[in-house]
Write a protein that binds this ligand. Sequence first.
Ligand code: ASP
Length: 354
Amino acid sequence: MKSILTLLIGFFILFSCNNVKNSTSDVIKNVEFSEKTDATFGIVIHGGAGTILKKYMTDSLENAFHSKLKEAITTGHSILEKGGSSLEAITATINIMEDSPLFNAGKGAVFTHEETNEMDASIMDGATLNAGAVAGVKRIKNPINLALSVMNDSPHVLLSGAGAEEFAREQDFKMTDPSYFYTEKRFQSLQKVKKKELEKETAQVSFEDPFIKDSKFGTVGCVALDKNGNLAAGTSTGGMTNKRWNRIGDAPIIGAGTYANNATCAVSSTGWGEYFIRAMVAHDISAMMEYKRITLQEAAHEVIQNKVPALGGDGGIVAIDKNGNIAMEFNTPGMFRAHMNAEGDLIIKIYKDE
Ligand code: ASP
């Protein structure tokens, strides 16, 4: 009798284990929309979203943006083409935009209220869900490289301020003099914003003054799919002009400014950081693909055109899924953006209706 009972219990355990196994593999199957069969790859970048209108742009500035976006994306593309990893591609691509004064990241970072430059960056590996980020760093030429080092060389995900720089020193990063980040254009923007702020306090302009609203845009970001099917995302920014109290935006927040998951997609955000944090933009796009089984474009549209504006925020994202489908979605008049696929087709756009 006892042995029959043991046998029955044994069968029961075996049966339930099988069920657990089945249900786990079902969950995994559910996030597989289609198998990636060939070695397709692709890369998408942004250089910030905002009130970017043709009437505010000169031909030479437009050309300068076009050629820098082209230089950045072709650099990442050739790494992917040679079989390099998506992490290598996005880091090299972002470095080019960080080194350009055209963008609000690295050289060209906007000024804080105290007339300093405090930079944020993050990176995520879709293969392992590993991530690294830094916030409020002042002496790191390429903050995305430090974010990568936090991911690879520390047990942490997000380091900030003086501690992040101490870690950088230990990792043999060169300390850059803060004067490197000075650009006259960004300094003058701060002076204008401060003046507007004073006028706002005396109720001379409305809270919705577009100049004040847009003084926060210009971040850079990159997402890529490599030949091994690995996705990665990275974002780097100076944050918003006139920020104070060590304000940290969405760019170094994994799930808000940056997210990558090989089962779904890789996303990099740009826009009004406070809203992107509250809406958990990058992760929400991935989660909607996973749970609702909708496409990347549908998920990106829902988050950027409905969820973020419903809170009062604006901005955009670039994203790529595990099959190489891309999204460049924004709810502002413009977003600096570019895409290159495995065939080498290159798209570079600035304004909404292009
Ligand atoms: N999201 C960035 C921040 O809020 C700004 C931007 O993307 O332009 O810090």
